[in-house]
Design a protein around this ligand. Sequence first.
Ligand code: BG6
Length: 484
Amino acid sequence: MSFDLVLFGGTGDLAWRKLMPALFQAFRHGTLPEGGRIIGVGRDDLSCDQYRALIRSRFDNVELAKRPNDEEFTRFAALLEFVRMDLSKPDDYARLGITLEQRRADTVVMYVATAPNLFTTVCEQLAVAGLNTAKTRVVLEKPLGHDLASNRAINDTVRRVFGERQVFRIDHYLGKPAVQNLFALRFGNALFEPLWRREHIANIQITIAEELGVEKRGAFYETTGALRDMVQNHALQLLCAIGMEPPINSHADAIRDEKLKVLRSLKPWTAEALARDVIRGQYAAGTIAGTPVEAYREEVGVDPQSNTETFVALRTEISNWRWAGVPFYIRTGKRLAGRDARIVVNFRPTPHAIFNSQIDVANRLVINLQPKDGLELHLLAQGQDNRRNSQTLAPVQLDLDFDKRFGIGRVGAYERLLLDVIDGRLNLFVRSDEQEEAWRWVEPIIEHWKNDLQGPRLYAAGTWGPSAASAMIARDGYCWAEET
Ligand code: BG6
């Protein structure tokens, strides 16, 4: 099956950091279908050879094991072409059409990795140039809008140009191996299903912590913030994966229907809950891995008085029979104490304690997303001190390290998702109604913050965020997993 992958934003940050490395890995692994062509699109006046040379030089920033050697790059470069385009000019789309016409690939993927304000322009212009044929798929990067209205406006335009089955809305967290393992754990094993409910689970914590700050994306981040950048999409998708009902089969819509139900069941916000259960923070100067780092307000492109949040912690519930009353805590932030993404499922303690020690860290399942990908089951076992014949219990941990089990260098999120687009598999992509529902749910938080004069709470870089996030969870009698 031949394909053309047109990369709008072909000289942009995402192309260098994620997409080209992922495409190269697929090429190296032999999973990229043969007969493919990757067409970078950008405003620069580059020949195809110059574009190839530019990509070659960018690979110097990629970790060593994932860099091509000369021979590999020569073969990979044969797939690469470049088309110069001004995305607002209809004539330039006609020129792209001529390039596509030269080979008439079976599948054409339009990957829109541009600034979000260009999504609708690109889709509309593709239609004007007649490039929205039945064999075309369009990939849209997040953020798709900055609130419900703008998200709907983009989806409406896209819908006029492409059928829903041609639209691949990326949330790269769904491509992470740990998320697919979560589906496998929940729906491939009978063991956990009877326990996966309010009667047995005390609370669930979703943490996506980053050590990095906003890097060079200050200007973008200023108008985005952690709620829109991470909660509306990645964190809520994780919440769906953990909270959804078993789908009737593994087809894309069966999965997406169940995720949508979770989003619709999220407890609506009240004024009281907004004030009490949502904490926003912003990093101040601090130390990360022994190195001093500057405050968010000192980053390039950031307003020195900025109130943009770089941290969010919140508490919600899924109001349905399975989950009523179980708190779900979401926490994400930049410049935190570690790069650590995980879901912690805390089971209820035994109903009656016959041993004299009670240890909080037991009865816990941890799904690690990164830096390592695996599962930990925390249990209590008899401790070592048998001399006194005492019932000393000790926490023990069953570790399933997927890197060790399946080998490092497994398929990364973008690699997996790009291959899915080329193959036309929609399972790991977000449907427009899911996305709108997620916006609908976060919008009251955005509105609340507009009127909240207090602004974000400052936290020192290299910590776990403002102490209010710990106080919030402590009100329910719990603590974040790393605090036990
Ligand atoms: C992106 C956000 O979607 O996800 C970034 O825009 C964030 O701000 C990134 O750094 C985190 O992804 P990962 O895969 O490194 O956890």
